[in-house]
Write a protein that binds this ligand. Structure first.
Ligand code: HAM
Length: 427
């Protein structure tokens, strides 16, 4: 069927069947963030365009090519947020969070918008969950954050990840790094793409982020950024490395990792998955000690990361066991219309006790009811007909093994609470 008004390119509907995966990712993130004492913050979906232009950087792909920018009826230039860090920095300043606490540990979840070429795992509206630790300059904060990222994905059940790390220097050593890069690349610039040529003078570090295959070949023997770091950055990086080694987290140093946003200083890192294909970056982050000052606030160190929820769900969908564990549905089957009122009461009692329960009042024959229970993937079906009414019992059918047990009506909750496949969803 050709729809008159189809979805805009790069967007999609997330249907109920996919939701258990999304909830699993979101619930796990919330519980891990809470263990590290992070608190949720929500900011608007759109902000003044200048916030992103200044915050993310003029010479980045996001600002040059990917922002959804529009003018509203009051002639304001607004942009649908392409990422969460600049808005959080703005909210931190606007709400005086730095005056309330020496350190703000914030997390956020929500849609982001980038005009990118859509493909598997890359959308124009996508979802991020991110954390920002503002006010802490210590390398422990960087290491703790990387460790929290790894912990988070472990807890979600995502394996096969690798952590890549680099230091991109600070305002002191960045000019030295850029000058060395320019000296190295200058003679080959004519063979490289238009973006690299333009960025050579305005933002040479961005050249390291270019995905063009030809440009990549000219970067193979590029000077190592690490060798041009100032003492402060070099010491900071050594400490981050030492701390994550102490936690036993496997990682690699990639001297060409610069990430696609200009606000990074010192630590930059990515967590990639071998299960994601070309768009293999699941999580990216780093330190941004200059951003808050750049936006008009006091000098404030900060470090954070964000991961793509769409991509985490893509990986988890391969592991459908998670779905089965979460979907402990109990189906209540009244046999005969006269038994429906008592089942109506039973369903209410079970739901209030935290069980996930379904009932269908449209038909009351056993064949239909069991078919429905199967179709919905229920783990147990509670059958209640005339015979059960007479003896004040219920039959509990295990939908996996087909075994049936008859128990007193009043014992339903205690029975379900002692069987792992039917524990309440709140447990
Ligand atoms: P980012 O690397 O641009 O960093 O995005 C983080 C993650 O968002 C990526 O690793 C990827 O999983 C997901 N992502 C990005 N673009 C798309 C897309 N078009 N479709 C699907 N998923 C996507 C940031 O946004 C920084 N704000 C992270 C940060 C927080 N740094 C410090 N604090």
């Amino acid at each position: 069927m050709s729809l008159k008004y189809p979805l805009p390119r790069g967007t999609r509907d997330i249907l109920p069947e996919e939701m258990p995966f999304w909830h699993h990712v979101e619930d796990t993130a919330r519980s891990i963030f809470s263990a590290y004492n992070y608190q949720e913050i929500r900011t608007p979906i759109f902000e003044l365009t200048e916030l992103f232009e200044r915050g993310i950087g003029d010479g980045t792909d996001i600002v040059e090519k990917e922002m959804y920018t529009f003018t509203d009826k009051g002639e304001r230039r607004l942009t649908l947020r392409p990422e969460g860090t600049a808005p959080i920095a703005r909210a931190y300043l606007q709400n005086g969070l730095g005056k309330k606490e020496p350190q703000s540990k914030l997390y956020y979840c929500g849609p982001m918008f980038r005009y990118e070429r859509p493909q598997a795992g890359r959308y124009r509206q996508f979802y991020q969950i991110g954390v920002e630790n503002i006010g802490n300059e210590h390398p422990f904060a960087d290491a703790e954050l990387i460790s929290m990222g790894v912990h988070l994905f472990d807890e979600m059940g995502i394996s096969g990840l690798s952590v890549t790390l680099n230091s991109v220097g600070c305002l002191v050593c960045r000019p030295v790094i850029e000058e060395r890069l320019k000296q190295f690349l200058g003679s080959n610039l004519k063979h490289m793409c238009d973006d690299c040529n333009r960025r050579f003078s305005v933002n040479p570090l961005r050249i390291l982020d270019c995905k063009n295959a030809t440009c990549k070949t000219y970067r193979t023997a590029i000077p190592d950024i690490q060798e041009s770091l100032c003492h402060g950055c070099s010491d900071h990086f050594s400490s981050v490395v030492e701390y994550i080694e102490a936690l036993g987290i496997p990682f690699q140093i990639n001297p060409q990792l610069v990430r696609g946003l200009d606000y990074y200083t010192r630590t930059a890192f990515e967590i990639v998955s071998d299960q994601l294909g070309a768009q293999n970056a699941l999580c990216g982050g780093g330190r941004y000690d200059g951003l808050i000052q750049h936006l008009g606030g006091p000098a404030t160190p900060a470090v954070g990361f964000a991961f793509g929820v769409d991509r985490a769900v893509m990986i988890l969908k391969e592991l459908s066991d998670i779905l089965k564990q979460k979907n402990k549905l109990i189906y209540v089957a009244p046999i005969g219309a006269s038994q429906q009122p008592r089942c109506f009461y039973l369903v209410d009692t079970l739901r209030r006790a935290g069980f996930k329960v379904e009932i269908d009042y449209s038909k009351d024959d056993i064949k239909y009811q069991l078919k429905q229970a199967n179709k919905l993937g229920a783990t147990r079906c509670i059958i209640y007909g005339d015979r059960e009414f007479e003896s004040d019992t219920v039959i509990i059918k295990n939908m996996v093994t087909t075994e049936q047990t008859t128990i007193p009506f009043d014992n339903v909750i205690s029975f379900l609470s002692t069987h792992a496949d039917t524990l309440p969803h709140t447990s």
